[in-house]
Design a binder for this molecule. Structure first.
Ligand code: SF4
Length: 357
């Protein structure tokens, strides 16, 4: 279901804008509800009567099946949906005592089929509703303070655009997440860029992450076989146009795979596309998965690539993919969970994962 349907339901129960905002705020910020007496004074009677059921339904959208903490302060969460399907969220550590981030899933499976990603190997099983996406934040906040949400878990957000943008809007308003701390991640999709560009001034405009992985069109098409065919130059230009409009730098995601996209030609390609742009290159050394023929480069080699890009005018960060000590990456927990505990409605095909896009 959708957050729009929830809003509609609240309105038909007599909720005004402030009641509606209050219900969503309590849900998405995992706040305790007002005591019953105080609620009676403040809410229209039909809404007051229906609220316990609505709250129970919201609480039942997701539940934590298991949590797997890592030494770096992150934790992978295997999250069960009402139909028994599972997705993964990752709690990301904050700096010092600051609140941390959350990586959410937007689909069960993924249709892009990136050859290095086990999630992509099983195809798309189903879309998540905007309420199921937002509920991952509500659940995480029962465990830890969260002030940033990145849409980099299972799924391609551009393939579930309406639901993702609806969840972003709710998180950036009732959820209280700063707009620049909402990071829409995509392999690149014209419709997604258009929709983001059309968010009105004052609306919730997220930051943008572009999963590039190669600046060579042919190689990129082999790595991301079902991503829209847009030349890397145009892709970066479209993404940078949104970065300029939003005022937040473009985050470029580069899953660094040994011998695939870590060579001289890759450095030259990145410099040609990104030097002088309002963009940050995030090099993310690949998390090897046993059944896939790709290897993680040595950390020092990745660090040297980052230094060289930096020297040539590309602001570059070398990132660890959170939770890698626990598991190889996004999709692995789901795969294992499905093997030992099939969903109630239907058995999910085995999946795996490769980490952030
Ligand atoms: S890396 Fe991301 S876009 Fe590619 S198949 Fe995996 S989940 Fe989908």
């Amino acid at each position: 279901v959708s957050i729009a349907a929830l809003r509609h339901r609240l309105r038909t129960l007599g909720a005004g804008p402030s009641h509606e905002a209050s219900v969503l705020r309590h849900w998405l910020q995992a706040r305790p509800q007002l005591p019953r007496g105080a609620r009676e004074d403040r809410l229209p009677a039909p809404l007051h009567a229906a609220l316990p059921l609505i709250e129970a339904e919201l609480a039942g959208l997701v539940r934590l099946r298991s949590s797997h903490a890592a030494d770096d302060g992150s934790a992978r969460l295997l999250v069960e949906l009402a139909d028994g399907q599972t997705v993964e969220s990752v709690l990301l550590p904050g700096r010092g005592d600051k609140a941390g981030g959350l990586c959410v899933s937007t689909q069960i499976g993924c249709a892009v089929g990136c050859v290095f990603c086990m999630t992509g190997q099983g195809g798309l099983l189903r879309q998540l509703g905007s309420d199921e996406i937002a509920a991952q934040l509500a659940l995480a906040r029962t465990m830890r303070a969260v002030n940033k949400v990145v849409f980099m878990g299972m799924g391609e957000p551009a393939h579930n655009l309406d639901a993702v943008l609806e969840a972003i809007e709710a998180m950036g308003t009732a959820g209280g997440i700063g707009h620049k701390n909402l990071v829409f991640s995509t392999v690149g999709d014209r419709r997604a860029f258009e929709r983001l560009m059309s968010v009105p001034r004052g609306g919730v405009r997220p930051a943008l992450a572009l999963s590039l992985h190669s600046t060579d069109a042919e190689r990129r098409a082999r790595l991301l076989p079902r991503a829209p065919r847009i030349e890397p130059e145009e892709l970066v230009a479209l993404a940078c146009a949104y970065a300029d409009a939003s005022g937040y730098p473009l985050q470029v995601q580069w899953t660094l795979i040994e011998g695939v996209n870590d060579g001289e030609a890759d450095i030259d390609g990145i410099v040609a596309l990104l030097a002088g742009r309002r963009a940050v290159m995030n090099l993310i050394p690949y998390n090897a998965v046993e059944s896939l023929p790709f290897a993680r480069p040595a950390w020092e080699a990745a660090a040297e690539m980052a230094r060289r890009l930096h020297r040539r005018g590309v602001l570059t960060k070398l990132r660890r993919s959170a939770g890698q000590e626990v598991d190889a990456g996004c999709g692995q927990l789901r795969s294992r969970g499905a093997a030992v505990m099939p969903p109630r409605s239907r058995r999910a095909p085995a999946q795996g994962g490769a980490g952030y896009q």
